[in-house]
Design a protein around this ligand. Structure first.
Ligand code: SF4
Ligand code: SF4
Length: 472
């Protein structure tokens, strides 16, 4: 392939690349730079490499470009501290697009990943089958049995960790409440995590449990990993939204958000999935016709950030550009949706709880305070702040499988901070982070239950007897 063709994606982003003023203020925020100390493993160095490729001075199939772009977590922590407003996340997507189309053979793991993206993730029925098999394997207790047996010690570390990831996706909190029971209606009261941010009282009262908010329709994005391994989190999300006065629709024919494709550089695949999701939500009872009439609710930071970027992803699509922009404007995390009302409080949870931010929830959806507000609805929460909560856990999609050494170093720092809190429960708003931290804790012998914040609130509602058919 000619060099002029290879550089097309980054060449189109020239203005964004030139925005970098090389100040280096982003370096200390970057987890990979702070570990390796290599300028090319930091945002500034990666931007230099991208610019060199965009200007045709470096081939996109060069070893340096591949190595340092692959080693980026895509956490976007660098964006938050950049005084020049460099849109690093969009540039990284373009750089990975260059790598994906470079035609270079990139090792066994990447080859398998690429095949899965094309032949499984783009085929919803095959994807459902794969997750059904994974669930059977997990629910039969095989990953745990293998990890406990001597067999695990002879398995490659990457396989051991994959087994731990699958095991850590299993439910750890108490049995959930009955099937989508309507919550009993109790008097709402103001909530907030001690020491955590709170909404101004006037604003919260204005947003209180009015008839309008009760009738508020929402549409739940369930996600492929969400439905495949974390259906209980979708059910908890639905129950908690209903308990707080929202109607919840689950649009048919929704598919994977496309984040794995976008992060791998398969922008064609990501756009295909984005169009399918926009069609599915617009065709649903609540989203049909323009403009869309309900928010698109997510409970996975990675999916939410991806859905919120559809407007950018399809900006040049003659048919979908406007619809994609409208769709992205409607995306919000369940915690952000709950911020619009005074959340009902549930019973207490005795164990000490801490919270880790999902990078994409924090930096992609700008939901820093909302999950803490949601946790604050658990009565008398015994909460411990986690040092470095805003830093990546090293999960980053399947970075933990593709770049295991660097991922492990990032994770070890997170686990040390978690250990220091003394917490027995860690809540985090992304399934990838749940699995990464859960797997790391399991292999390190740390007694830790990892869950989604909405699962904890759901459990506290169950213990308070707020659901019909509840055994609490
Ligand atoms: S996205 Fe994260 S890992 Fe990548 S350059 Fe930015 S801060 Fe570093
Ligand atoms: S902080 Fe922004 S402008 Fe400064 S080096 Fe990093 S990306 Fe460039």
């Amino acid at each position: 392939m000619a060099l002029s063709q290879l550089t097309s994606t980054l060449a189109q982003e020239e203005a964004k690349l030139l925005a970098c003023i090389h100040c280096g203020l982003c370096l200390e925020a970057c987890p990979t730079y702070t570990i390796t100390g290599d300028e090319n493993d930091g945002p500034r160095g990666r931007l230099y490499l991208m610019r060199a490729v965009g200007e045709g001075r470096l081939r996109s199939d060069s070893a340096a470009f591949e190595r340092h772009i692959d080693r980026c977590l895509g956490c976007r922590a660098c964006e938050q501290v950049c005084p020049a407003g460099v849109e690093y996340g969009q540039l990284l997507e373009a750089a990975r697009g260059e790598l994906f189309t470079s035609g270079k053979t990139r090792g066994f793991s990447y080859g398998v990943f690429r095949l899965l993206l094309k032949h499984v993730w783009l085929q919803p029925s095959r994807l459902r089958f794969v997750f059904a098999v994974a669930r059977l394997f997990r629910d039969a207790g095989l990953p745990r049995a293998l990890l406990k047996s001597g067999i695990a010690r002879v398995l490659p570390r990457r396989i051991q960790f994959s087994l731990a990831l699958l095991e850590s996706s299993a439910a750890k909190l108490a049995k959930p409440a009955g099937p989508l029971a309507q919550a009993a209606l109790s008097e709402p009261r103001l909530v907030g995590v001690a020491g955590g941010p709170t909404l101004p009282t006037g604003e919260r009262e204005a947003n209180s449990d009015s008839p309008a908010s009760r009738a508020n329709p929402t549409m739940l994005f369930t996600g492929c990993v969400g439905e495949g391994l974390f259906a209980r989190v979708n059910q908890a999300t639905t129950r908690v939204l209903q308990a707080n006065g929202f109607a919840v629709e689950l649009p048919h024919n929704q598919v994977c958000c496309g984040a794995l494709h976008a992060h791998a550089g398969d922008l064609v695949g990501a756009r295909t999935l984005a169009r399918m999701n926009i069609d599915a939500f617009r065709a649903s009872a609540l989203g049909d016709g323009a403009p869309m009439q309900a928010n698109v609710i997510t409970n996975a930071g990675g999916c939410g950030a991806m859905l919120a970027s559809y407007g950018h992803l399809l900006a040049d699509d003659e048919i979908y550009a406007e619809q994609a922009h409208e769709f992205s404007e409607r995306v919000c995390d369940v915690s952000q949706q709950l911020e619009t009302v005074v959340v009902r409080s549930g019973a207490g949870v005795a164990e000490k709880v801490t919270y880790d931010s999902s990078c994409h929830l924090l930096y992609g959806q700008h939901a820093g305070e909302a999950p803490l507000q949601m946790l604050g609805a658990v009565s008398e929460l015994n909460f411990a702040r986690l040092e470095g909560s805003e830093k990546c856990c090293g999960g980053a999609g399947i970075y933990n499988i593709l770049e295991p050494e660097l991922s492990r170093e990032v994770l070890n720092e997170k686990l040390a901070n978690i250990r220091n809190t003394g917490a027995k429960i860690l809540a985090t708003g992304n399934p990838g982070c749940q699995m990464q931290i859960g797997a790391g804790a399991m292999l390190a012998g740390l007694n830790l239950t990892v869950c989604h914040p909405v699962e904890l609130l759901d459990e506290s509602y169950r213990r308070a007897g707020m659901y019909e058919n509840s055994d609490g």
